[in-house]
Design a protein around this ligand. Structure first.
Ligand code: FAD
Length: 429
């Protein structure tokens, strides 16, 4: 991969005015690479940039996750879990055309053929994105507490052990290093905390960071580098000019740009309908809470597989995250599902004593979920100056710099670092 030059100043004819709609980690990362290429960038967000999916997530950078959510076994598990209020995966049954269509597409993609097709695509973009994080650490424009300590998948039951051994086999076969660990091996990696498990799988190539630090410092960096931010500015209307977007409308005025980037996260389904695009997408709600000043902390991020709970050390803090509730853009907090996370912990960390948090201490975010588990990244064929960058589901933080780099290549009319065909935003049309 070639080294970036910082804040290039392209010749005037190459410099573009670019609007990014959505200032979550995908929009912000895109702005970072567009600025590096010397473009003028303006970000519009309906909120204040803190109330989205990008700050309270589990902070894991996961090239290990090459198998999409839509995979064989998910359907039967999903159906079993649907009847349990504390289960990790839930689809709120609603008579909603968009949800029914999404569910049908998910079902159709839960096959071995889809998994085989998705693996190289997810691997490519994950490795690109991790390399971009490494480059960012080297360039050191700001701190985000990036750590390369890997990820441990922990399990209690024989059934999960089999599934995870299969996952490790598939990972190794595809060049992602994975090691099966005995309970004693796990304990050796976690000397400060008592861990009770049947075993684990260690992915040494994974990493983690503190997402709220990344978001805060990236926003400050972009502001210092003349990126314009319009917060509390929802964008719902455009003026069109045949096959191009002419301008976007805020409540106050119309603004004209050369390129428009859609990075509206879980709202992208609604947003794209307004433009007459067909982008099946549902919010996948998840929760997290964070313990501060943990005296005996874990060292390596872990996933407690039976409860699908993610646990990440962030300095002296420890964050627990989990549950996936496919439920449009509803952002209410369901304490039963948080209870599911809390109740999972003692079986793995018997000495941790984590109390049920108050509702005010719970963070929730909506993952932008495409039905096939692959993001939407690419130029629209309907409007030639529209680029879509969303649908990263449970991996948006991991895939953000890679996505930003790819979008910058599209804006620059350059070839992209990896093939974009698997991420075609019009694949459902
Ligand atoms: C519990 C939990 C744990 C997670 N853990 C991880 C993890 O460990 N690793 C990982 O890689 N990923 C993780 N994720 C997923 C990750 O957080 C998301 O994929 C990512 O944050 C999505 O980023 P985004 O920029 O697409 O969306 P968002 O952060 O939601 O940003 C979208 C933005 O668009 C704005 N917007 C929407 N519509 C409009 C409009 N019409 N006009 C203007 N603005 C608009 C919104 O206000 C919002 O700010 C986790 C998610 C959850 C819920």
């Amino acid at each position: 991969m070639h080294q970036h030059q910082h804040l290039n100043t392209p010749t005037r004819q190459h410099m573009k005015n670019v609007a990014i709609i959505g200032g979550g980690i995908i929009g912000l990362s895109t702005a970072y690479y567009l600025r590096q290429a010397g473009h003028n960038v303006t970000i519009f967000d309906q909120g204040d940039l803190t109330d989205n999916c990008s700050s309270g997530n589990a902070g894991m950078i996961v090239p290990s996750h090459i198998i999409p959510l839509a995979a064989p076994g998910m359907i039967s598990k999903g159906i079993r879990w649907m009847f349990n209020a504390q289960s990790p995966f839930y689809v709120k049954p609603r008579l909603n055309g968009k949800l029914i269509r999404w569910g049908w597409q998910f079902y159709k993609h839960a096959t071995n053929e889809h998994v085989e097709r998705a693996i190289p695509a997810l691997k490519d973009i994950s490795l690109l994105s991790k390399a971009m994080y490494q480059q960012m650490v080297k360039d050191n424009p700001f701190d985000f507490d990036y750590q390369e300590r890997g990820l441990i998948m922990l399990y209690q039951t024989k059934e999960t052990e089999h599934e995870e051994a299969e996952t490790a086999y598939i990972a190794n076969k595809n060049g992602i290093e994975a090691h099966i660990l005995s309970p004693a091996d796990v304990q050796k990696l976690e000397p400060d905390v008592n861990v009770t498990v049947r075993g684990g799988v260690y992915f040494p190539g994974d990493a983690h960071l503190t997402p709220q630090l990344l978001v805060k410092n990236l926003i400050a960096y972009l502001k210092r580098n003349n990126v314009t931010f319009h917060t509390h500015t929802p964008i719902t209307n455009f003026s069109l000019n045949g096959t191009a977007i002419k301008s976007l409308h805020t409540a106050q005025e119309d603004k004209t740009f050369d390129e428009y980037i859609v990075a509206t996260g879980a709202w992208s389904g609604i947003f794209s309908s307004a433009l007459g695009l067909d982008l099946p997408l549902q919010g996948g709600k998840g929760y997290s809470f964070t313990l501060d000043n943990v005296a005996k902390n874990i060292r390596i991020p872990s996933i407690l597989l039976e409860g699908r709970v993610a646990v990440t050390p962030m300095g002296k803090s420890l964050r627990f995250g989990g549950t996936m509730e496919i439920n449009g853009i509803d952002r209410s907090i369901n304490m039963n599902r948080v209870k599911g996370i809390v109740n999972t912990i003692p079986a793995y960390y018997p000495e941790m004593n984590v109390a049920m948090p108050q509702e005010g201490a719970i963070w929730r975010g909506l993952r932008p979920c495409s039905p096939d588990g692959l993001p939407y990244i690419g130029r629209s064929t309907k409007y030639k100056n529209l680029i879509i960058a969303t649908g990263h589901s449970m991996m948006g933080l991991s895939l953000a710099p890679g996505t930003g780099k790819l979008v910058a290549s599209l804006v620059n009319n350059e070839s992209t670092d990896i093939p974009l065909a698997p991420f075609n935003p019009e694949r459902y049309q």
